[in-house]
Design a protein around this ligand. Structure first.
Ligand SMILES: *Cc1c(COP(=O)(O)O)cnc(C)c1O
Length: 447
């Protein structure tokens, strides 16, 4: 299928950005020439996925499509029980609603924004404990997505250990550069979970990309088939949360899968019925379940993953050549610009990463997303703006959509910004929602 792409003039983009309140989330897609806002649900489905769509069984209860979906989850991921949901945050909603009491602390390598929101709206504490090198954009370590095991153990052994019931890992780490988590780090986290009597829960939105990095970078796995690395990575998790819009290469969908705790599964299923739908469709059409079932298997094709990871790295190289400060090493689904460095004249209170997303759009019609002080939101206790250690702009690459030549447009836009970074004005917030403000916030250039 071919989709036309519209070029715009600088004046048209200026007008569009003004209407959008200087928030690229609010732009019309037709005003965007290269859309690197997200890799979520934006992938192109394969011929096999489209074929599977046509056999969608739309029975309310007990559809064949659900059977095929469940078989894929069981075969590829190794979990017996699965509750389908309309997308990843549906999985978060039914899962965290079942496990979070006020004051509960949920440690992780780094929580994704929606995960944090689901913990915080239940008055839990979403605690990021990444390895220290995760905060150094130039450190070349192979597994910057790892959790800091010493910090995790200090938490579990300390006074607050009793407030923890689950340990989480997000693979790959989306909030912190799309960096992978090593199999060794997953195993050691599982050991801590067992020793302290906690559950291990993985957010596996990008399980296939993570497995690719394990094979490429972790000693001893170069010859291990990707499906085996996936099974080994998930073998010790009690449950997983999945956004099928990522590594199931579907346009919508998600699920929670539980290994063997039938009682817990029934609790989740009950919540699923209230918030998502009957247990054999969970807010999805039968045809969506078919697309996910095929995508979960396809994503482990080594030819696909090699191209995927190399295309993202190519974007990283051309951005570096354009003079951008880029988080190293390159992530699996996205390249992250270090806006704090690129726009050093703007303090965090002027939202340098948001300002950079606007500058890239103005320069070349390229849509990206801020992962910095805007997305970090306010501290739920004090109401103050949170300023994370890094102000990042993410250029996420949709799966199987753009040619590498199209990705070069992002480098051309970046080169225009790096020629005169001082010309980029900071921003002030004029409207923000109380939760997940980055989606709908409105800004104005600060004088
Ligand atoms: C996208 C994502 C989610 C949320 O999934 P949605 O399908 O967007 O609701 C959760 N965790 C991670 C790591 C993600 O990337």
């Amino acid at each position: 299928m071919v989709e036309p792409v519209r070029s715009t003039t600088h004046a048209e983009r200026e007008a569009a950005l003004e209407v959008a309140g200087w928030n690229p989330f609010q732009l019309a897609a037709s005003d965007v020439e290269l859309d690197l806002l997200t890799d979520s649900g934006t992938g192109a489905m394969s011929h096999d996925q489209w074929a599977a769509l046509l056999r969608g069984d739309e029975s309310y209860a007990g559809s064949r499509s659900f059977e095929r979906f469940r078989e894929a989850v069981q075969d590829v991921l190794g979990f017996r029980y699965v509750v389908p949901t309309h997308q990843g945050r549906g999985a978060e909603s039914i899962f965290f609603g079942a496990v979070i009491d006020p004051g509960e602390i949920v440690p992780s390598n780094a929580h994704f924004d929606t995960t944090r929101a689901h913990i915080e709206v239940r008055r839990g504490v979403a605690l990021d404990l990444p390895v220290p090198e995760a905060y150094d954009p130039r450190a070349e370590s192979p597994f910057k997505g790892n959790v800091d095991l010493e910090a995790l153990e200090r938490l579990l052994a300390g006074n607050d250990g009793g407030k923890v019931s689950i340990l989480m890992l997000t693979i790959t780490n989306n909030a912190g550069g799309g960096q992978p988590v090593s199999l060794d780090n997953i195993r050691r986290t599982a050991e801590l979970a067992r020793r302290y009597g906690k559950k291990l829960v993985l957010d596996i939105a990008r399980f296939a990309e993570n497995a690719w990095f394990v094979r490429e970078r972790e000693p001893g796995y170069a010859e291990t088939p990707l499906p085996d690395i996936v099974r080994a990575s998930l073998a010790e998790a009690d449950a997983v949360l999945m956004s099928a819009k990522k590594d199931a290469i579907a346009n919508i969908g998600g699920f929670v899968a539980v290994r063997d705790d039938e009682e817990f599964f029934h609790r989740l299923q009950g919540r699923g019925i209230v918030f998502e739908g009957f247990p054999t469709y969970g807010g999805l059409a039968g045809r969506d379940l078919e697309a996910i079932a095929v995508g979960l298997r396809e994503v482990l094709d080594p030819e696909y993953l090699r191209y995927r990871i190399k295309q993202v790295a190519y974007l990283g190289h051309v951005l570096e050549e354009a003079g951008a400060a880029v988080v190293r090493p390159f992530g699996g689904h996205a390249i992250y610009l270090d806006a704090g460095t690129m726009l050093a004249h703007l303090p965090p209170s002027r939202f340098p990463a948001q300002a950079l997303t606007c500058a890239l759009y103005l320069a070349g019609g390229v849509r990206t997303v801020e992962i910095g002080s805007v997305m970090a939101g306010r501290d739920p206790e004090t109401g103050e703006n949170r300023h994370p250690p890094l102000e990042l702009v993410r250029l996420a690459v949709p799966r199987r959509v753009y040619t590498s030549r199209q990705l070069e447009l992002a480098a051309e836009a970046t080169a225009e910004v790096t020629r005169d970074p001082g010309a980029v004005a900071g921003l002030k917030i004029v409207y923000e929602a109380p939760v997940l403000r980055h989606f709908t916030a409105r800004f104005r250039p600060a004088a």
